[in-house]
Design a protein around this ligand. Sequence first.
Ligand code: GDP
Ligand code: PGA
Ligand code: MN
Ligand code: MN
Length: 619
Amino acid sequence: MTATATRTVGTTPITNSKLQSWVDEVAALTEPDAVRWCDGSEAEWNELADTLVRAGTLVRLNDRAKPNSFYARTDPEDVARVEDRTFICSASPDDAGPTNNWMDPAEMKATMTELFRGSMHGRTMYVVPFCMGSPDAAQPMYGVEITDSAYVVMSMKIMTRMGTPILDAMIDSGADFVPCLHSVGAPLEPGETDVPWPCSDTKYISHFPEERAIWSYGSGYGGNSLLGKKCYALRIASAVARDEGWLAEHMLILKLTSPEGRIYHVAAAFPSACGKTNLALINPTIPGWKAETLGDDIAWMRFGADGRLWAVNPEYGFFGVAPGTGWDTNPNAMRAMEKGNSLFTNVALTDHGDVWWEGATTTKPGHLTDWKGRSWTPGKGPDGVDPQPGQRIEPAAHPNSRFCTPIKQTPTLAPEYNSPNGVPIDAILFGGRRKDTVPLVTQSRDWAHGVFFGATLSSETTAAATGKVGVVRRDPMAMLPFIGYHVGDYLEHWLQVGRDHDQAKLPRIFYVNWFRRADDGGFLWPGFGENSRVLKWIAERIDGRADADETPIGSVPAAGSLDVSGLSVGPEDLAAASAVDPEEWRAELPLIEEWFDRIGDKLPADLRTELDNLRNRLG
Ligand code: GDP
Ligand code: PGA
Ligand code: MN
Ligand code: MN
């Protein structure tokens, strides 16, 4: 079948010849049954939802519980980002560096072209025009995703500004776009019946940073298939940001207002499944403090004419970790979801057509259908089989199950969320999941020391990516899987930003850890809403009001300077959560050393100096 023989639905008159010829070229290669230009309308959403319900991909939820919302179960092998199948295809391997998988761009294109050949047989090829950030931005960042997954189209409607208005704005302004090509890699030959979650054992998530293009094959999971998110807004955008002198980061954006009415904006980078969405939607427990949400995963930060660093959230929705998100921990996320218009993936289904996951409510429903479609009862697990003594009951929801919800539904949404210029950032937080060593909060001495915090950030791996969970790894600025170029060049870029700008106007940098544990394995710090106490200390540090103690690793709250009034944590646990143990930090030095050696020749000299200084201070 040729492109001209392909049925086209919803044709938009196109004067952008690059777009039209790319769409024709992809249709000729992938040979779909139909090509559909997505307009982003309500009618289109309804039609796609009906199609996916009929195909068994989606279950419509009970309208009284979650209006206009749907539930999807993926193939059990397609549940997370595949970092080992993610490639940065720069012309030179030296531009991808030691932390990325690299393949020659021509070789990757040759390999993937054969995979894409006929890959959309029996399917519709959707063309999704989108914009990351506001189309009113000084430099609007357009993309067009071609995909053969209606689930991806529905998710893109939640996660991005997309559809006809975006296409019109793009064409009217003559702006360029990032071509994003996606196929689930499951062609249907005549007579072949589809499965609810088509995907392929062969997966490639490939980026061409010089050309600014993305090719993704074989997975329908959001992190691998919603190409505006990790692939564009982090991997491609980080390479653009390096060239243009700005920062594209894995950060939430939060607006804080003190009881006196002083406003602070905070950006925070934590690795996947380490607390960004929760902090972005925090309900402060301390009286008088107000928190408002701007973004929960990605921040694009550019310097304004005032010399300050301004951040925008390029996304339009949340793709949040479900387990652990509950009325007690994150009521604002629960309220946003209750308004509906959401997709839920790999959570559990209740008998009343609602969704549930571990931590959603404190009392478990009496019966569920688990994320693999099995009958599930509390205390027993799947299929009602009594667990063997000492056997762990399988959770009903996959640990990386997700909710996908429009940001507009957030009860705590900051009015500036849609501002093309964003907000000026006062503080940057780096944080990870460490059961030991890293204290509750530490302030850096200056920008370069803060970059050292980010460069040496470490965290236990989570279910957000395939592979082992709970292994400590270095995750620079929480960007390890998302830097679109060489990690050494990336860290040098961060340092250069500091050299090029007025230190007094740069954000202050802090290192936080909500996840330190007691000997019994429990968390020492209660976290969630109580993290507002740490935010308060940070705000007071910015204003030079809170006291700090100097330690070898940085400044930590002086006795009495962290507001713990009304906090139900014993003084011993509090001390243990905040402790700087020189012994633990000396044990950390060879691990940092090893990490810096892995970065190789491109490790910035200033970071080597920071490490030497830390070693000297530890004695
Ligand atoms: P994100 O992937 O970085 O956005 O992380 P989330 O905010 O979705 O949180 C990931 C997991 O960590 C969820 O299970 C949360 O319940 C849990 N979590 C988030 N914040 C805290 C915290 O302050 N303390 C503890 N103990 N767990 C947290
Ligand atoms: P997360 O986003 O950071 O909220 O987990 C998805 C991801 O990073 O895979
Ligand atoms: Mn993320
Ligand atoms: Mn998140």
